[in-house]
Design a protein around this ligand. Structure first.
Ligand code: URP
Ligand code: ZN
Length: 456
């Protein structure tokens, strides 16, 4: 007898849409069969009228992220509940070396201690070095051996002590090119700092000035530079949170010439624009890179549709309203980041699939299958195949809801998507065979999630 059988659903993966039933045993998908062909399960789920997707993977979340003298609000428990309710069954967070006395392995151990016993879904980590030293470069292959083959290097935030210089980026690309991937936060620190000083000196410190302080060139120059470094190193590069048409074009060109480069954009760059900074709550929308123009938004959707953009992450980094107000309206003192871990699916379904910008299969690819493939989780995660983990989202595509922050999980007291009318909400979410969200209600246990060792 199977543990669970899901019947009568429409199974949507990155490359197919089929009417099928799914049988689960011991936390794995055991078989996928024609409707009515599978024998009984101890638990029977009826997915009539619903779509079944591989559980989503969010490869870019910042949980309790330290920034500008504060920490983003939600912890591993609340953030992963919010993820689960949004249909996400795996998150990749960051082990950031913000205590520079710790080496990378110690940084990882500390981060795992914070997450283990708290997370309600499976998680992995990218390592984020902040020291441009030879010791750091030498440690990278050891981190890959620990089952963490992906990194994020900041090309910006020099003043905050986060930036890594071109020397270590180039070295990292060389060091891990065969069994790892180097991700970058691509913004030119010098141009951004110079411009920030200039704006502040002229008394232009309001959020409305923020997108002009970091115009497209800030990102585009950094992408251009890191692509050249990657070309010379013959490395494996990932661009986190790409936001500009210029950057997109450069990635497409580099890939066309044979470079190993993949790109992510984020939910907010696909639906929000720089106009938000002119609103009275504009400070809430301060994030890096900034929200961009309508032309950039259009270009990014085309990039998702044609495959230049592989992944849509959330870059969830949830500072509450009080924290956003710490800057007193000065963009340079406002912590950067937007909450978004719970609404990636309905936002992308509504704005992408319903508006015919992308197919539903392409959406599944960008939200689940590609992150799994790029970061060494496939086909354990990101797939509906016999032998894959039974991580599944059963989604109601028809019900429309207005986004009201008080109906969301997590601990952040506002949402960038407040007031939007969205469709595509996960109704039932299954993680390693266990129903952790039932009828939209979280049912899982604190700490049931596991750390995922990865190998590229
Ligand atoms: O504004 C953002 N993206 N905050 C998260 C940290 C970072 O800059 O990547
Ligand atoms: Zn970043």
């Amino acid at each position: 007898m199977y543990d669970t059988v899901i019947r009568n659903g429409l199974v949507v993966t990155h490359d197919s849409t089929i009417e099928a039933d799914i049988a689960i045993k011991n936390g794995k998908i055991l078989s996928i069969g024609a409707r009515g062909s599978l024998k009984e399960g101890k638990t029977e789920l009826n997915a009539t009228g619903k779509v079944i997707m591989p559980g989503l993977i969010d490869p870019h979340v910042h949980i309790k992220h330290p920034f500008k003298d504060t920490f983003s609000q939600d912890d591993f428990y609340t953030a992963t509940i919010a993820a689960a309710r949004g249909g996400t069954t795996t998150v990749i967070d960051f082990a950031i070396q913000w205590d520079k006395k710790l080496n990378l392995a110690e940084t990882v151990a500390l981060r795992k201690k914070q997450a283990d016993g708290q997370v309600v879904i499976d998680y992995a980590l990218h390592v984020c070095p902040t020291k441009s030293s030879m010791d750091t470069a030498k440690e990278l292959p050891k981190i890959v051996e620990l089952g963490i083959p992906s990194f994020k290097l900041y090309m910006i935030y020099r003043k905050q002590g986060r930036m890594t210089d071109d020397g270590i980026i180039f070295r990292a690309l060389e060091e891990v090119k065969n069994d790892g991937i180097v991700g970058v936060h691509a913004e030119n620190s010098a141009i951004a700092e110079f411009s920030e000083e200039d704006y502040l000196n002229r008394g232009l410190s309001s959020p409305a000035a923020f997108p002009m302080v970091k115009p497209n060139i800030v990102e585009a120059e950094a992408i251009n530079r890191v692509l050249y470094l990657n070309k010379c190193a013959q490395g494996n590069l990932y661009i986190f949170h790409l936001s500009t048409a210029e950057g997109l074009e450069m990635v497409a060109e580099a890939r066309g010439k044979g470079q190993s480069v993949t790109a992510e954009t984020c939910t907010h760059y696909l639906v929000l624009t720089e106009d938000y900074y002119k609103r009275s709550d504009g400070a809430n929308f301060i994030c890096s890179p900034p929200l961009r123009s309508y032309d950039d938004v259009d270009a990014l959707w085309k990039g998702v549709a044609n495959g230049t953009i592989d992944v849509i992450g959330s870059d969830h980094c949830g500072f509450g309203k009080e924290q956003k107000a710490l800057g007193n309206g000065d963009f340079s003192k406002t912590p950067n980041g937007l909450p978004g871990i719970e609404l990636r699916l309905p936002v992308i379904y509504t704005e992408g699939v319903l508006k015919k910008r992308i197919s539903i299969n392409r959406m599944v690819e960008a939200l689940s299958t590609n992150p799994a493939k790029i970061f060494g989780l496939y086909p354990k995660k990101g797939a509906i195949l016999p032998g894959s983990d039974a991580d599944l989202a059963i989604v109601d595509l028809n019900e429309e809801r207005e986004i009201i922050t008080s109906n969301l999980s997590g601990s952040v007291d506002w949402s960038p998507y407040e007031g939007m009318h969205l469709r595509g909400f996960a109704e039932t979410v299954i993680s390693r065979g266990e129903i952790i969200v039932n009828n939209g209600v979280f049912k899982g246990k604190r700490g049931r999630g596991k750390f995922l060792e990865r190998k590229l």
